[in-house]
Design a protein around this ligand. Structure first.
Ligand code: NAD
Ligand code: UD1
Length: 328
């Protein structure tokens, strides 16, 4: 248990919840983050906890030098990334540098440093427009954005590098994650954070396109639990899947709820959660590189990790709105 889990991007939205679940499981955690979108306040709960070390640095840099003296590492959870589909279209090379090149370098370093497992935050964006909804892991992957393409390429690199270097790699295809600590202020923020912040401020919600596009919205606490299960899988009795023999098939595991929610439906649910009038909605042109429908099949995560999402949308929105209210 003394070996640490390295969490890149641990000061971010999903990262800080992941630190919480890993600490609750008794793990020592080392965070590597450049604080480009992550915040020190997200980790304030662990100030003074000797089992949580925070290293400021860029995953594109000399990770071995940055992390010297902080290991050994049992596992790496790699979350640090350029996270916006929109930004990847505006700046695809920057996206590639972080989301593919740095991921590959980090995996090579992790294997050489003796990490036994590498858990990677992939995305539903790898599917592009799915042939069937809910989409199963065995369906074709045809990403529509550089972001999705880089995530899929990273899955393929990890699929090769793992067996070559004796490290288990687990790619979690996260669907649309929302919850407390998701930044509501950036133009690249996720839809739930943006909608909640605008509704609370009495501003109209802007829907891109006709709002009939759907997403599978999963609460961040559920995602952090899935990541923790992926770190521990095979090492604990309650985990059903046997991942000790090598990387799981298929290459990625969907992490979603299985429920498809239209953006118009989400807007109404957000307005209900904030007690705002339903007509306060404006429509703008659809974004480029957008997919029309998205929802996950959930059986692989249940079989491999013993994971199923538990938090219903209304409850997740309530918790997120309560967190936003605390922020003032
Ligand atoms: P986030 O922006 O809150 O977290 C990213 C973290 O990585 C931040 O703390 C940021 O400071 C750090 N970071 C970024 N670039 C870095 C670099 N070069 N070096 C070191 N640290 C760096 O975003 P998030 O939503 O928590 O996303 C976490 C991961 O999950 C990402 O890989 C993202 O692609 C993936 N993902 C997110 C969603 C979602 O809906 N939020 C869905 C699918 C996949
Ligand atoms: C999101 C994630 C991405 C992840 C992917 C997995 C963010 C910023 N992006 O991309 O990291 O890999 O899910 O599925 O979290 N919308 C509006 N109005 C708004 C904002 C958004 O109508 O003000 C619409 C968008 O046009 C889109 C939907 O809401 O149809 C979701 O958008 P967004 O939250 O940006 O997420 P994705 O692009 O799906």
């Amino acid at each position: 248990m003394n070996d640490a889990v390295l969490v890149t991007g641990g000061a971010g939205f999903i990262g800080s919840h992941t630190v919480a679940t890993l600490r609750a499981a008794g793990r020592r955690v080392v965070v590597l983050d450049d604080f480009s979108t992550g915040r020190r306040e997200n980790l304030s709960e662990w100030t003074g906890d000797p089992q949580v070390e925070v290293v400021e640095g860029d995953v594109r840099g000399e990770v071995g030098l940055l992390l010297a003296g902080h290991g050994p590492f049992a596992a790496v959870v790699h979350l640090a990334a350029q996270t916006s589909v929109v930004r990847s279209i505006a700046a695809p090379i920057d996206d590639l540098d972080v989301n593919l090149r740095a991921t590959t370098r980090l995996a090579l370093w992790a294997a050489a440093a003796g990490a036994r497992r590498f858990v990677f935050a992939s995305s539903a964006a790898v599917y592009g427009e799915p042939c069937r909804v809910p989409v199963a892991e065995s369906e074709p992957t045809t990403p529509l954005s550089p972001y999705g393409a880089a995530k899929r390429a990273a899955e393929l690199y990890l699929g090769c590098l793992g067996p070559l270097h004796g490290m288990q790699t687990v790619c979690l295809r996260l669907f649309n994650v929302y919850g407390p600590r998701q930044d509501p202020k950036s133009p690249y923020s996720g839809v739930v954070a943006t909608f909640l912040a605008r509704a609370r401020a009495g501003e109209p919600l802007t829907i891109f396109g006709d709002g009939e596009q759907t997403r599978d919205l999963i609460y961040v606490g559920d995602v952090a639990r899935a990541i923790c299960l992926a770190v521990e899988a095979g090492s604990k009795e309650h985990v059903l899947g046997d991942m000790t023999a090598g990387p799981p098939e298929p290459a990625g595991i969907n992490i979603g709820t299985g429920r498809e929610v239209a953006v118009v439906e989400l807007a109404a649910a957000v307005q209900r959660a904030c007690g705002v009038k339903a007509e306060a909605i404006t429509f703008a042109p659809a974004r480029a590189g957008e997919i029309a429908r998205s929802a996950a099949t959930t059986d692989t995560a249940a079989e491999m990790l013993g994971f199923r999402a538990e938090v219903e949308l209304d409850e997740g929105l309530r918790r997120t709105a309560a967190w936003l209210a605390e922020q003032g």
